[in-house]
Design a protein around this ligand. Structure first.
Ligand SMILES: Cc1cc2nc3c(=O)[nH]c(=O)nc-3n(C[C@H](O)[C@H](O)[C@H](O)COP(=O)(O)OP(=O)(O)OC[C@H]3O[C@@H](n4cnc5c(N)ncnc54)[C@H](O)[C@@H]3O)c2cc1C
Length: 389
């Protein structure tokens, strides 16, 4: 039987960052992941799954020594963020307004995960179990016993970083509140006629938002929100046919594009009723999945990682038992309200823009127009979105 301080299920971006952050505190960690990420080769095409990484997430990845490698591979920095519905009401947010050189980077999820894994492989207090899966676990008053497909593990506590359909959450009997949105999102990788840009933008149209995320070189990632039936229809088109639809529906500022790859993703909102319960701790998507409208999902997950690390470091420093429920609950108190606030904020924006009524449309255009001209409000919103408020 493998004996560790902490067992983490799920080696995606959040699980891998958690493993590193706890290993840095001297804890003996086992990380379990079902599928190893594919190694990086420069000639590989860009992955569909990308994330807008905030300044706060960048700082965490720097602290974990994983950021430089991501930058050395590939990423795209952006300095501006544009939002509009009608052309007369356009708001642009600029990193200069919060005295920063940039607002964030667009990075392929796999590269963040890979870079974190490279760091994990150098730690002698981390055991990486992959390919391996959680079958079940049970808790006693002071330990957790897990049965993996091929290994048994005993730990002081177990972390679920196993994504939206978390098995850890289910076995622990932690309920969720949430729903499926009526819409899906289509991610489309395109080659752009325009050179690499320093802006990410989002236009709100009656069917749902249309977003552009700049990628390195002459590349971009489009996000197309639509009702599920329309996304199904778009998914069945050839790349050439989809390119024609993009040309008809996306704003002219996109310029000419060639569709390279596409994929559809359901939109769900899930929030765990507890993040901590009897030696079980949830982080990232296993605790919360959010509407990707403002690209905050993994950024909230990384904030969870930083918060848990801080709570455990403080407990160790003051001689407390770091895995006691009273200690771990401090992490939940620290993060749950912040996550709920961001989820609710995204839903408010999403439903306001989904409302076709003319007075509401007028009001939201006035809102965007006013936001553009209210420097203090803009500054606060921007700092919050970047995770540096
Ligand atoms: C369309 C779309 C666009 C998005 N854009 C952004 C964005 O721009 N910015 C942003 O911050 N976020 C974005 N997100 C959200 C972001 O992708 C997620 O928040 C993030 O991937 C969650 O990471 P995670 O590590 O918590 O979970 P996951 O990425 O789901 O990782 C979970 C891992 O656990 C493993 N696993 C699961 N069960 C088991 C088991 N039983 N045993 C072993 N291993 C297991 C899985 O293989 C997986 O590797 C977007 C999401 C969507 C759908």
């Amino acid at each position: 039987m493998l004996k560790v301080d902490c067992l983490i299920i799920g080696g995606g971006m959040v699980g891998a960052a958690t493993a590193l952050s706890l290993a840095d505190l001297g804890l003996k960690v086992a990380l379990v992941e079902a599928n190893a990420p594919q190694s990086y080769l420069p000639e590989q095409g860009l992955d569909l799954r990308v994330s807008a990484i905030s300044l706060a997430s960048e700082q965490l990845l720097q602290q974990l020594n994983a950021w430089q490698q991501v930058k050395d591979w590939r990423s795209c920095v952006y300095k501006r963020l544009g939002v509009w519905e009608d052309d007369i009401a356009y708001a642009e947010f600029n990193a200069d307004e919060i005295q920063q050189s940039h607002l964030g980077h667009i990075v392929e999820n796999r590269l963040i995960q890979l870079s974190l894994w490279q760091q994990l492989e150098q730690k002698n207090n981390v055991t990486l179990l992959c390919p391996e899966q959680l079958d079940t676990f049970s808790q006693s008053s002071d330990k957790v016993f897990a049965q993996l497909t091929n290994t048994q593990v005993e730990a002081n506590f177990i972390i679920g970083a196993d994504g939206a359909n978390s098995k850890v959450r289910q076995i622990a009997g932690i309920g969720i509140t949430g729903w499926d949105y009526q819409q899906s999102a289509m991610l489309i990788n395109v080659k752009t006629e325009l050179a690499q840009q320093d802006i990410t933008w989002q236009k709100f149209v009656p069917g749902g938002p249309l977003a552009y995320l700049p990628m390195p070189g002459n590349n971009g990632s489009l996000v197309w929100y639509q009702d599920k039936a329309e996304i199904r229809r778009l998914s069945e088109l050839t790349n050439e046919q989809l390119q024609t639809e993009v040309g008809k529906n996306f704003p002219k500022r996109l310029g000419k594009v060639e569709v390279i790859a596409k994929g559809a993703f359901p939109l769900t909102r899930r929030h765990a009723n507890n993040y901590v319960k009897r030696r079980v701790v949830l982080l990232g998507d296993s605790a919360h999945t959010i509407n990707p409208l403002a690209g905050q999902g993994v950024n909230l997950g990384f904030k969870d990682v930083a918060a848990l690390q801080a709570v455990i470091a403080k407990a160790i420093g003051s001689g407390e038992n770091y895995h006691d429920e009273t200690v771990l609950k401090r992490y939940e108190r620290n993060r749950r309200t912040d996550n709920l606030l961001m989820m609710t904020g995204m839903d408010a924006i999403y439903s306001t823009f989904a409302n076709p009524s003319t007075p509401i449309k007028l009001l939201r255009n006035i809102g965007i127009f006013a936001a553009h001209r209210a420097p203090l409000l803009k500054k606060k919103a921007l700092a919050y979105a970047c995770g540096i408020r």
